[in-house]
Design a protein. Sequence first.
Length: 115
Amino acid sequence: MFRRRWAVINQDLLQDWLYDEGEDASKGVYIAKMDELRALAGPIVQRHFEKVEAERRAEQERIEAEAAAKRAEEEAHKAAEEEARKAAEADKAANGKDEEMTDADAPKESDETGK
């Protein structure tokens, strides 16, 4: 908090200098004042970028965790379906043959004359 107030005060001082004494200053003096301002603002800007980067990283990790959870859920669902299919095939193989359809009409035997 102190550093921010100090930066605002210095910014005001530099602005006052720019419009008062700075009008007649040389290029070298302007460059020195810019360097002074950059040195003052540099740590503040760096902290801001670090905060933004930390927020971006946290959001990216949240998205990746959600995607991993979704993939795990899909894999578990596929594994359950595969297990159910294998169980059905094993049950079918254990019975030895297909079940006979009792509701279907039985094929009619043709007589020997071919009529």
